[in-house]
Design a protein around this ligand. Sequence first.
Ligand code: SAM
Length: 276
Amino acid sequence: MTHPIVLVATPIGNLGDVSHRAVDALTTATVLACEDTRRTGSLLRHLGIDRPRLVVLNDHTERTVAERLVAEAIADERVVLVSDAGMPAISDPGYVLVRAAIDAAVPIEVVPGPSALLAALVLSGLATDRFAFDGFLPRKGSERSARLEEVASQQRTTILYEAPHRLERTLVDLEKVCGGDRPVAVARELTKLYEEVWRGTLDDAVDWVAEATPRGEIVIVVGGAPDQTVDDDRIVSELRAALDAGDTVRDAADSVAARLGVRRRHAYDLALGLRG
Ligand code: SAM
């Protein structure tokens, strides 16, 4: 009998985020594919789950191991995939296994759960209605410049993963291509003791990062490029409503700029004119 292959999300920091379904899937797994047996072993110990057979599936082994796991699912094994943290296949191994299962007509299921990208997005205060996930930017060369240009012209909010020691370089590069006015949030150590979300403009972010040298796991959320099609009448009417409701000039400009996707400085100048 063929069993579905199950992708199970695991905590990105706080172990209290394991779902009941995740515990069920891990308990009934007979083969558990993971990136690191020590890390997954300690999660299983924490949950009091007897260790199933662990198979290492990482960027180097994924292609060959995926074929084997698909064969095991067909041969009656209950195959589960986890990554070190968060959702498998999101900047983590998993995609190749999903493809191999689809190609072999083996069903796949998911136990959704924590993922740093959505956690950071909803905390960022930036538009959540349309967004793009760009994972880790290429580290250098023309590939990096091309991707930065894409982020700069993107009207959707963009979510990026970044290592702490590359954060400063990336914020500086983003500031160069997007302009200093662009809103950004840097989410750090989500769901952990030192969870923190810094919010501001890229200009300020460059100063902040040089002073604060933030450590730990980091997600950068960049506001979308201004929508050039929103006319000033619309901006002014929303600013007037915000000011009438008691907002300061700065708050009105910030909220209207974020909502309409227009340049914050432009909204601020219009708001100042209204207060005149
Ligand atoms: N599969 C994971 C997910 O669903 O979020 C992502 C794995 S990727 C290899 C690791 C990156 O995710 C980190 O470098 C960081 O950018 C982000 N990340 C993971 N956990 C995080 C946390 N607790 N707080 C902030 N960012 C986190």
